[in-house]
Design a protein around this ligand. Structure first.
Ligand code: ARG
Length: 243
């Protein structure tokens, strides 16, 4: 086998088929239940299970690395990775830089704070609200709520820590992630309604690949359709969002 590969290399035969067998994913794994690092230091979550199911379908080996959210798209463009799965909203702005698979999850965003402290969004006027750097939440706050002070964090958990010890007044994030925090923190609760404004929060979550990587994009969309069809998607959805 080794000889054959060497022969192929010497003959200048492209090995792209075998190179495509490894797909390097990156994520920011501080965003349960989409992605988080477990007590064994393994990256886990709905996104990881979904990507692995798709990789099985594509007969590819997938690797996952954990890095800051705002570095994900740059890493993709610089070819350090091949794909991003990170609870990432498919937005018009991001589509100028990367391509996305079909949506795999209907997303929305919501604020949360100490229970009973703020009756509605208007009550957050002049308050400090934590958001993660590079997210749609950050952009939405900057553009639509200049009366609120956006406090940027690299990790969402640090924002929640600061909320708990009173350094900030609220945190803004994706609904499923907020629900996960609320489960563990009964003295926190949501403020206002879910926000789905498509011009900010896009048309669902997608996996990002480089714009010129149409081959991988096609394979991923096929694999996604397949795991939806054979019940795998449904099982993962139940496992991570309905327990
Ligand atoms: N859905 C938001 C966005 O696309 C936030 C995603 C943050 N994800 C993460 N893994 N930290 O901007």
């Amino acid at each position: 086998m080794k000889k054959l590969i060497i022969a192929a290399v010497l003959a200048g035969v492209s090995l792209s088929a075998s190179a495509a067998d490894t797909i390097r994913f990156a994520t920011e794994a501080g965003y349960a239940p989409f992605e988080f690092v477990d007590s064994n230091n393994q990256i886990q979550g709905f996104d990881i299970d979904l990507a692995n199911a798709m990789c099985k379908e594509m007969q590819a080996t997938c690797t996952f690395t954990n890095q800051s959210f705002d570095s994900l798209i740059p890493s993709l463009k610089f070819r350090r990775i091949d794909a991003v799965i990170s609870g990432m909203d498919i937005t018009a702005e991001r589509l100028k830089q990367v391509a996305f698979t079909n949506a795999y999850y209907d997303n929305s965003a919501i604020f949360f704070a100490q229970k009973g402290k703020f009756a509605d969004l208007a009550a957050l006027k002049g308050k400090r609200v934590g958001i993660q750097n590079g997210t749609t939440h950050q952009k939405f706050l900057m553009d639509k709520h200049s009366e609120i002070t956006a406090v940027p964090y690299d990790s969402y958990q640090n924002a929640v820590l600061d909320l708990k010890n009173g350094r900030i007044d609220a945190v803004f994030g994706d609904t499923a992630v907020v629900q996960e925090f609320l489960k563990k923190n009964p003295n926190l609760s949501t403020v206002g309604d879910k926000i789905t404004d498509q011009s900010y929060f896009g048309s669902g979550l997608g996996i990002a690949v480089r714009q010129n990587n149409t081959e991988l994009l096609g394979k991923m969309n096929d694999a996604l359709a397949k795991v939806r069809q054979d019940g795998t998607y449904k099982a993962l959805y139940t496992k991570w969002f309905q327990q």
